[in-house]
Design a protein around this ligand. Structure first.
Ligand SMILES: C[S@@+](CC[C@H](N)C(=O)[O-])C[C@H]1O[C@@H](n2cnc3c(N)ncnc32)[C@H](O)[C@@H]1O
Ligand code: SF4
Length: 441
């Protein structure tokens, strides 16, 4: 693995100039790194409470084991009752206990008194001309997130959000422009699957309209670890949506310790948003790279792949004109991913997804033209790498990768302002120790 660490190319200043690299405002990047420092200590460690305001447990928040425990310990009922209720909710889309007709009257009354099945509210849904469908889902009076369904030959993929906004501030991502408010609860994550599956008339195990889920909507899923892992377990449960492990993909900007933690508890497919083959460029595009540089990131991906022997890791590479789309980048990328294949001792352990940049209002980046995208792909293919170009879908409704925005009441920026005020008074303890995101709001 040290081979990877030792061989990462840092281009010279002349290289950078020759590549026509876009320079990014250093102040903005530093502010982002501060926000990042606050995320793992707060958002990851403190999932949103499972019990909503009215004191009733939202059954969407519970995976199979927790629901069995709830029936046994909170309701004094047999554990198998949980299985009946899961089927009503996730297979038949019934949320009203009175409609769960194979439960006795007394049990239904008990459930009514102690529980609820509360799905996110659909603010609006919008079909695209290419079959893609986007939902804006209200999570609370101030915040809404987006979920997108993308049908393709023989498969239907749902792109699910994990947070209201995102604190990681990748420079080319529309979600980042909105800042960060909070983590989504398990109910709010699995609720997105439920809303889409119900709309599509999906019948798990029979009429599958929804075959894949990608955690690639708004937010960084590994910064909301517990809630995301629990929701993914419901996606893969036969009493939930019955999806195979490899059909549930978690995409991360590279939270290294959490990749290892994920490897310990889950077998889902891993996608890593790489976007640059060297640290200098990646730190500009993905500020998190300052905390977890490429060598550390690749080592954690190697550990993940080795733990799941025979599993590949997908590396996402958003192509931006004149920024990371030059032949020198392609060659560096090939070297990096070959080292990964060697470390995992598996041919094609690394897969690359090339994503042409999707524009959004106010961005300084541009999508390369088709010839440049093809030339980049050709260099990877000639080196023997699998590197499909992801077709842009749903861009007429701003539903393509990185275009999701929702409605976010940003709390990180208010916290940053608060921190500045503390600093002015000599009271600041530094990033990550000043309390919760939102304390200052
Ligand atoms: C929005 S992120 C969410 C998941 C996670 N936070 C991550 O970064 O992997 C999903 C994917 O969209 C990509 N993306 C973000 N902005 C984009 C844009 N404007 N055009 C194309 N892809 C973009 C990200 O790099 C990432 O690979
Ligand atoms: S690309 Fe992912 S990690 Fe980066 S800002 Fe967007 S959602 Fe967050």
């Amino acid at each position: 693995m040290n081979e990877i660490r030792d061989n990462i190319d840092a281009p010279s200043a002349a290289d950078a100039q020759a590549e026509g690299k876009t320079r990014i405002d250093a102040e903005r990047v530093d502010a982002a790194a501060d926000a990042v420092a606050a995320v793992p200590a707060t958002a990851a460690a403190k999932p949103v409470a499972a019990v909503p305001d009215n004191g009733k447990t939202n059954l969407f928040d519970l995976d199979r084991t927790q629901l069995e425990d709830f029936f046994e310990h909170s309701l004094g009922e047999k554990r198998y009752r949980a299985h009946q209720v899961m089927k009503w909710i996730h297979h038949r889309y019934v949320t009203d206990f009175d409609g769960m007709t194979d439960l006795g009257k007394a049990l239904r009354a008990k459930l009514e008194a102690h529980a609820q099945v509360r799905a996110p509210m659909v603010v609006f849904d919008k079909p695209s001309t290419d079959g893609t469908h986007k939902w804006l889902l209200g999570m609370d009076p101030k915040n809404a997130i987006e979920t997108v369904y993308i049908p393709d030959k023989g498969r239907g993929t749902l792109c699910v959000s994990s947070q209201v906004g995102c604190a990681l501030n990748c420079q080319f991502c529309s979600t980042a422009t909105q800042g960060f408010n909070r983590n989504l609860s398990t109910a709010e994550i699995i609720g997105q699957v439920w809303v889409a599956a119900r709309h599509l008339g999906n019948v798990p195990h029979q009429q599958r309209r929804l075959t894949n889920v990608v955690m690639m909507g708004m937010g960084e899923p590994l910064a909301n670890f517990d809630n995301v892992v629990r929701a993914m377990s419901i996606m893969r449960d036969d009493l939930g949506y019955g999806l195979a492990n490899k059909r549930v993909t978690l995409s991360t900007a590279g939270m290294v310790p959490m990749i290892d933690k994920l490897g310990e508890v889950s077998d889902v497919s891993l996608a890593v948003s790489l976007h640059a083959p060297n640290d200098e460029l990646r730190s500009e595009l993905v500020p998190l790279n300052k905390k977890y540089p490429i060598a550390e990131l690749m080592e954690s991906c190697v550990r993940y792949a080795l733990r799941k022997r025979g599993t590949s890791v997908t590396f996402e590479y958003t192509l931006m004109k004149g920024v990371n789309d030059q032949p020198t980048h392609a060659r560096q990328l090939v070297r990096l991913l070959r080292q990964f294949d060697n470390a995992v001792q598996m041919k094609d352990a690394a897969k690359v997804n090339l994503i042409p940049f999707n524009p959004f209002p106010g961005t300084r980046f541009e999508r390369p033209d088709d010839a440049a995208i093809r030339a980049f792909q050709k260099l990877l293919n000639e080196a023997g790498m699998i590197a499909p170009v992801r077709r842009t879908r749903g861009d007429d409704i701003d539903a393509a990768c990185g275009q999701l925005k929702g409605q976010v009441m940003d709390r990180t920026r208010r916290q940053a302002e608060f921190r500045k005020r503390l600093q002015a008074q000599g009271l600041d303890q530094g990033p990550g120790r000043g309390g919760e995101i939102g304390d200052a709001a």
